[in-house]
Design a protein around this ligand. Structure first.
Ligand SMILES: [Zn+2]
Ligand SMILES: [Zn+2]
Length: 316
């Protein structure tokens, strides 16, 4: 393990040195690449799913889609955000990250440090996201900032980045809080970014996949909760975990909604089972009747033949 770590660490340092690029350039281009590849990659796959109505049983709000004009506006917004706002934000964010202890050309941290930083990132992200998000829903400020993100009552992956500029600033600060706190290596920051962007696209995808890494366990957030947040505009302010929502009781309405939804699913399954058992019993009784009929026809035929032969004998 240590040999592999040493090899990867030396290779990384060598690659940075031989590239001849500055740390600032590597930070900006690397971060933009990670952001764009994950975001557009996942949304490309989702676009395919929406277009061909794939996995309809996993679509949270059925076949419904957001308005075309809103989707076009969102797409324009995402492109501006990715290719104009992001490089400017990263340019000004770099000295802050460096001051917090971020290393770009330095040796790679150990696996323990990677995992430790991810745990801190999730805790910092969830706490800031929950309270910041809840504040954005305060009636006195909701209409000025967060209302824009809630124009989507039915989500698609790209709606995850549709927000007011002030919210963008807030959304850019929240995920890096853990990295700032720990002075994470740039590679830790990039891997964390993959996890975080994956999470926001997944929770806005409108799909609830059984094996999504973001909703496999009961303590995780996931797409169904965030879709409820958009369609009902109440509660479920959390992100990766349901921790703060549970502590503050802000997901009670969602829990009631989910219980009703699960009960409906169970009822449908039970109806399907009883319908299939009914059809089995009908087909069983039908085949029994056919068998009975065949026996009866056989018996009648035999008696007719017997009767026929006796009549032949009689006439002969
Ligand atoms: Zn909201
Ligand atoms: Zn949202």
């Amino acid at each position: 393990m240590s040999l592999l770590h040493d090899y990867l660490s030396t290779s990384w340092q060598q690659a940075v040195k031989e590239s001849g690029y500055s740390e600032l350039f590597i930070f900006i281009i690397g971060t933009m690449l990670v952001h764009s590849v994950v975001f557009w990659g996942m949304n490309g796959v989702l676009f395919f799913f929406y277009s061909y109505n794939m996995f309809p049983e996993c679509r949270i709000q059925g076949k419904e889609s957001p308005k075309k004009s809103l989707t076009q506006e969102c797409l324009k917004h995402c492109l501006i955000n990715h290719f104009i706002v992001a490089p400017i934000t990263l340019y000004f964010g770099f000295p802050i990250m460096k001051a917090a202890g971020m290393s770009v050309s330095g040796p790679l941290p150990s696996l323990f440090v990677f995992l430790r930083d991810f745990v801190i990132c999730v805790i910092a992200n969830d706490t800031l996201f929950y309270w910041g998000h809840r504040l954005l829903h305060h009636p006195s400020i909701y209409k000025y900032v967060h209302k824009q993100h809630h124009e989507f009552k039915i989500n698609t992956g790209i709606s995850s980045e549709y927000a007011h500029p002030v919210e963008h600033l807030f959304s850019n600060l929240v995920p890096v809080a853990g990295n700032l706190l720990m002075g994470s290596h740039v590679l830790v920051f990039w891997v964390w970014l993959v996890i975080r962007i994956g999470e926001i696209v997944d929770t806005h995808s409108g799909y609830e996949f059984k094996y999504s890494p973001y909703s496999m366990f009961k303590w995780q957030g996931g797409a169904d909760r965030h879709e409820f947040h958009h369609s009902h505009n109440t509660g479920c302010f959390g992100s990766f975990t349901i921790f703060w929502d549970q502590i503050c009781g802000t997901d009670e309405k969602y829990n009631q909604y989910r219980a009703r939804k699960d009960a409906k699913i169970k009822l449908k399954q039970a109806e399907a089972v009883s319908a299939s058992s009914d059809s089995t019993s009908i087909s069983t009784s039908a085949s029994a009747s056919v068998e009975g009929l065949a026996t009866a026809v056989g018996q009648v035929g035999q008696s007719l033949r017997e009767g026929g032969s006796s009549s032949t004998q009689d006439s002969g």
